[in-house]
Ligand binder design. Structure first.
Ligand SMILES: [Mg+2]
Length: 118
């Protein structure tokens, strides 16, 4: 039984082009990276939960949500202000299963989701 996955995905440099500082991110027009829309649509069709994570400050929520919706990015939740350090996901395996319940994928900044297979 495979239940729908939950995808935690970064915004700047992962979904949108990474210009630099937080002010640059909101002052420049958001630029969609390769295969972002296609992957989001695919995951949505599969019933996956899409949770955006970003180091952008909470005070940038409104403009961030507008940038995302203007460019066609949708999500279930948006977690802001989590900082720029390494992100670690911890989860327990199901009883009687050795299957991993947490995985991580590191990608190159601004390459988009071309090498992401989930
Ligand atoms: Mg980033």
């Amino acid at each position: 039984m495979n239940r729908p996955k939950t995808i935690f995905i970064d915004i700047d440099g992962t979904l949108l082009y990474h210009y630099g500082s937080q002010s640059q991110q909101i002052q420049n027009p958001p630029k969609l990276l390769p295969l972002v829309k296609e992957k989001l649509d695919k995951w949505d069709l599969q019933g996956y939960n899409i949770i955006l994570t970003t180091g952008r400050k909470e005070s940038l929520r409104q403009i961030t949500e507008k940038q995302l919706s203007d460019i066609g990015i949708f999500f279930d939740q948006l977690i802001m202000g989590i900082g720029g350090g390494t992100r670690v996901l911890i989860n327990d395996r199901k009883t009687n299963s050795q299957e991993d319940t947490a995985i991580a994928i590191n990608i190159t900044r601004n390459e988009g989701l071309i090498n992401v297979e989930i």
